[in-house]
Design a protein around this ligand. Structure first.
Ligand code: SF4
Ligand code: SF4
Ligand code: FES
Length: 331
């Protein structure tokens, strides 16, 4: 295969004032992984190039970096598929401070994980005579998420983390799911309450980047959705995110469409006066710009059909073993 150019981010914290890109030419051979190319460049062209690697087999998670703007594992990705106009651009993972070149400071990631106590906490009063067993069905609940290799690719490309460094982040929420759904763990309620606090499970915007970039079956967004369902079923609904979800459904059920006057107030809470005062400036600005929705509620023409769909859903959910409560379905 012909020679291509690797355009690689270079920076050394504490020494350089701004980053630069260095270019290296390399002839690709069929099947070369990105990691093999980097090893080749470091071994034959520039021994100062810094990046992390260990297993070379997509197990340790240390070789995550950005190629052409997106996070991936260098050891799992063939270089040929990344070439654009003869170039592959490599950058360090996003949303982290850079230590040197492609090596980032992962402390924000580890710090976030520590907040959800990522270890099994069984009921210690119940002393088993042997290991705590699970059935295959019970294990299936956590099967996907146990494949997480803590590579931080999801963290790198999470859009919420770009603007809110306090967000727990996709891998942490996936890890919380792993223990909430583990039948051997006794702290499920506590864990759910922890992640429904501000900056937790309700702050994800569903962009899906984490699942797209995840090199394993963890797929954080799917785990976040399952966790949200679990917290609603557990009745943990006293948070803006949960109220927003409930308000969205109420709005659809009553009006057949989104009522944009009702939803913000329902989300902050009807009796939350400081919260309501806090969103009023936004409403006023919308009114001044003539973007505010009409004050009188609007019902779609066939709202009866929407109500029937909700009713049918509720019946099906109940017959499938749901609780049939308002949180679970509809009335
Ligand atoms: S889906 Fe949510 S957690 Fe995943 S990257 Fe987007 S905002 Fe972040
Ligand atoms: S969830 Fe996926 S992308 Fe995120 S740390 Fe785990 S394996 Fe990596
Ligand atoms: S070197 Fe271990 S995952 Fe790539």
């Amino acid at each position: 295969m012909s020679e291509i150019t690797f355009r690689i981010y270079r920076f050394e914290a504490g020494k350089d004032t701004s980053p630069r890109y260095d270019e290296y030419k390399l002839a690709l051979e069929e099947g070369d992984t990105l990691l093999k190319c980097l090893n080749n460049i470091r071994g034959t062209q520039d021994g100062t190039l810094a990046y992390r690697m260990s297993c070379g087999s997509a197990i340790c998670g240390s070789c995550a970096m950005r190629a052409n703007g997106h996070a991936l594992l260098a050891c799992k990705t063939q270089a040929a598929g990344l070439v654009k106009n003869g170039v592959i651009q490599l950058d360090p993972l996003g949303n982290f401070p850079v230590i040197r070149d492609l090596v980032v400071d992962l402390e924000p990631f580890w710090g976030s994980l520590r907040k959800v106590s990522p270890w099994l906490q069984p009921n210690l009063a119940d002393e088993p005579e042997r290991e705590r067993l699970q059935t295959p069905t019970q294990f299936q609940l956590i099967d996907d998420v146990t494949t997480c290799i803590l590579c931080a690719s999801c963290w790198s490309d999470c859009n919420v983390l770009e603007v809110d460094k306090k967000f727990l982040g996709p891998a942490t929420l996936a890890k919380a799911h792993r223990f909430i759904f583990d039948t051997r763990d006794a702290k499920g309620q506590e864990r759910m309450e922890r992640i429904t606090e501000p900056n937790g499970v309700w702050d994800c915007t569903h962009c899906g980047e984490c699942s797209t970039r995840c090199p394993t079956e963890t797929k954080p967004l799917a785990r976040i959705e399952e966790t949200r369902e679990a917290v609603m079923k557990a009745g943990i609904t006293n948070s803006p995110g949960a109220r927003h979800a409930l308000g969205f459904r109420e709005s659809m059920r009553w009006f057949g469409a989104l009522n944009e006057n009702y939803l913000p107030i329902r989300s902050v809470g009807f009796f939350n006066i400081p919260g309501i005062l806090g969103i009023m400036p936004v409403g006023l600005r919308m009114m001044l710009k003539r973007k505010a929705p009409p004050m009188l509620p609007h019902w779609i023409d066939k709202v009866g059909e929407v109500k029937r769909i909700f009713k049918r859903f509720h019946e099906l959910r109940k017959s499938a073993g749901g609780t049939g409560t308002k949180t679970d379905g509809d009335d």
